[in-house]
Design a protein around this ligand. Structure first.
Ligand code: UD1
Length: 456
């Protein structure tokens, strides 16, 4: 057994759990590397890893049916007005913070760096971070309030993200209200349940999924800070969607009126195989989301009496989450979100060289908050107005499709405002600082007869 003063118990545990291969290179490590390996090992919950490997902590799926949803377009005028008023009051009262999860890399996009740096402005070439930042600034100006902005990164992209915000002067936001913090990491395992080495002195870990964002918000101190500022609800969104309405009074109003702890926006799925999760109601009455890849073919294709998709409420990954709820699930000894397991190829350090092996990666998903919250709401919204995910390098859900959707919505806003658009104009971009939700576009706005137009 290796020796390390002060860590005898941990070392014994590692041997007892038959993970001693992590010390394979111990004798040749520098003191600094010995130190950092011990530090990593101290952070690992071996009990949890064992349970995960045995499948004890994995969520189980029972029977389910489509989740009931609320469609605001079917509400009466009075209810809409009431909801909007309640939502606006909540925003003006400084009770809402924005919460962006940006821990993932743009690997599916073939982009080497934080996905938020990826350019999506169809004319300006503005990045996703730029877009989101300007939107929050625009809401601050619109509602005359300061909106704290929480951004979860991961160790892989944290420093680059912070540097990008600094270089861009926080997109006009107050730096002390922009809280950027990395998520936690969890080891991957090989198919025998053994820890995987990344190199001689480091364990292979992966970010713990966007479900880890609540815990990261708590451990970074951001949760306490926003609570002290009087925040009651966070508006959660993903980095890859430039059309997200980060602060939406109507959504907030319905969330408050329905006394929900967690609310989610759904869009009708475009086709059965679309790669979104769908909202379901478990047989025990609780709401949940099932990823399209986990749905049996007959459910994926099932139609209702009118021939429409039965499981059609697609997950936009836009949520409102109450601070009370976050405090409850991240409180002492509580961490109710389960881990999901995915089989992945992993580059492992084995016998002095790197080799690709089959491994198991564990992640938490934010939507597992739905079955554990006291009350939730699934709110239907319009795809063209709120959902333009940038996932793939080309084709569906690509930078090109997102640019077309941004341009299409900008065009609609101009038409709805009675502005004449010359025929030559193909691509239009409206900066959130010019109009954040299509309102207050001056009637006298003149659109030049050019193929590309950007209103700043
Ligand atoms: C996700 C949802 C899917 C939904 C779709 C909408 C899951 C499992 N599925 O799919 O139901 O319909 O979005 O676009 O989430 N992230 C982190 N840390 C992590 C992992 C991810 O911050 O450890 C962030 C990413 O930066 C990104 C977001 O979470 O902003 C979504 O991750 P991604 O892996 O792209 O989810 P999808 O599979 O596209």
């Amino acid at each position: 057994m290796i020796q390390y003063i002060g860590q005898e118990k941990l070392i014994e545990e590692i041997y007892n759990r038959k993970q001693e291969h992590v010390f394979q290179y111990w004798q040749s490590l520098s003191d600094e590397n010995k130190n950092s390996l011990m530090k990593e090992l101290q952070g690992i919950d071996f009990d949890l890893m064992e349970k995960l490997f045995q499948g004890k902590e994995l969520p189980s799926v029972g029977g389910y049916s489509p989740a009931p949803t609320i469609d605001p377009s079917k509400s009466g005028k009075e209810e809409i007005k009431k909801a909007r008023d309640i939502g606006e009051k909540c925003i003006r009262g400084g009770k809402v913070a924005a919460f962006l999860v940006a821990g993932g890399q743009g690997s599916r996009l073939g982009y080497d760096g934080p996905k938020g740096k990826f350019p999506v402005g169809p004319v300006s070439g503005k990045s996703l971070f730029h877009y989101h930042g300007e939107k929050i600034k625009a809401y601050e100006l619109k509602y005359k309030v300061k909106i704290p902005y929480l951004i979860m990164t991961s160790v892989v992209n944290h420093d680059e993200t912070v540097a990008f915000f600094k270089e861009n002067s926080y997109f006009g936001l107050a730096p002390e209200l922009v809280m950027i913090f990395p998520q936690n990491m969890i080891p991957s395992l090989d198919t025998e349940g053994k820890l995987i080495m990344k190199n001689e002195s480091s364990i292979f870990m992966n970010p713990d999924g966007h479900g880890g964002s609540l815990r990261a918000m708590e451990s970074s101190g951001a949760l306490k800070k926003i609570r002290e500022m009087g925040i009651e609800i966070v508006s959660y969104f993903q980095v890859d969607n430039p059309l997200v309405k980060i602060v939406d009074p109507l959504f907030l109003g319905f969330h408050i009126m329905k006394e929900a702890e967690v609310s989610s926006k759904a869009i009708p799925k475009a086709y059965a195989e679309e790669k979104t999760g769908v909202f379901i109601k478990n047989d025990d009455g609780r709401t949940g989301i099932i990823e399209y890849s986990d749905m049996p073919e007959e459910k994926l294709q099932a139609k209702d009496d009118e021939g429409k998709l039965l499981y059609s409420a697609g997950n936009t990954a836009i949520h409102l989450i109450n601070l009370d709820f976050i405090e409850r699930v991240t409180g002492k000894n509580e961490d109710t979100l389960p881990y999901h397991r995915a089989s992945k190829k992993i580059k492992a350090f084995i016998n002095g060289g790197v080799k690709e092996i089959d491994g198991l990666k564990y992640e938490k998903f934010i939507f597992d908050a739905l079955p554990v919250c006291k009350k939730d709401m699934v709110y239907e919204t319009v795809r063209e107005e709120e959902f333009a995910p940038v996932k793939n390098s080309e084709g569906k859900d690509s930078p090109q499709s997102a640019k077309e959707l941004i341009s299409g919505l900008s065009r609609k806003w101009l038409i709805d405002s009675g502005i004449n658009i010359p025929e030559k104009v193909k691509t239009i971009e409206i900066s959130p600082l010019f109009s954040v939700d299509g309102e207050n576009i001056p009637k006298e706005t003149v659109i030049l007869d050019k193929t590309e137009i950007c209103l700043e």
